[in-house]
Design a protein around this ligand. Structure first.
Ligand SMILES: Nc1ncnc2c1ncn2[C@@H]1O[C@H](COP(=O)(O)OP(=O)(O)OP(=O)(O)O)[C@@H](O)[C@H]1O
Ligand SMILES: [Mg+2]
Length: 150
């Protein structure tokens, strides 16, 4: 499944991501690709809203990983792991975080600058690509989904 959405404000990107969150299941990995300022963190903000996290998602900036606690449809706790790999220089930094444990856990991983993962990129993943549009507030968001078994 692939879908494309053009948004014309950060709020619209957030609202789109909030809806997308409804499709996510425990253990899902959402990889995000796109230039600086293309909207990846805004999208994460929307996903976090979709899971009613205890605090809003913000850019991890000087850390690689932020964790948020939210709730799923059954009101059970679900953890969101928000990675920003922009500053990562080697895969060992990602290993050292305990990345694989998060990846195989029952939370949801949201990964900005996922191209840094190289061989660590999981086979089963959503790919969300962001690009700048014609004007300052336009963004093109393309989602390639994993096939979800019911
Ligand atoms: N349609 C839009 N969707 C998302 N953000 C938008 C849109 N229009 C304008 N913006 C602005 O663009 C910026 C997007 O920033 P954001 O932090 O989400 O980018 P990013 O892709 O995470 O960048 P980085 O790689 O630096 O982490 C915000 O300042 C936001 O207000
Ligand atoms: Mg960001």
């Amino acid at each position: 499944m692939r879908e494309t959405r053009i948004t014309t404000s950060a709020e619209e990107t957030i609202a789109y991501a909030r809806l997308f969150a409804g499709r996510l299941r425990r253990g899902d990995v959402v990889t995000m690709f796109g230039d600086l300022g293309s909207g990846k963190t805004q999208f994460v903000k929307g996903v976090a809203q979709g899971f009613c996290t205890e605090r809003p998602a913000t850019s991890p900036s000087f850390v690689i990983l932020n964790r948020y606690s939210g709730s799923d449809k059954n009101n059970s706790e679900i953890l969101l792991y928000h990675f920003d790999l922009y500053r990562v220089r080697s895969l060992s930094e990602i290993y050292d975080l305990g990345y694989e444990e998060f990846l195989q856990g029952d939370g949801i991983c949201l990964i900005e600058w996922a191209e840094m993962l190289g061989e660590l990129l999981p086979e089963r993943r959503y790919e969300v690509r962001f690009s700048l549009g014609a004007d300052e507030h336009e963004r093109r968001i393309e989602i390639d989904g994993v096939h979800q078994e019911c």
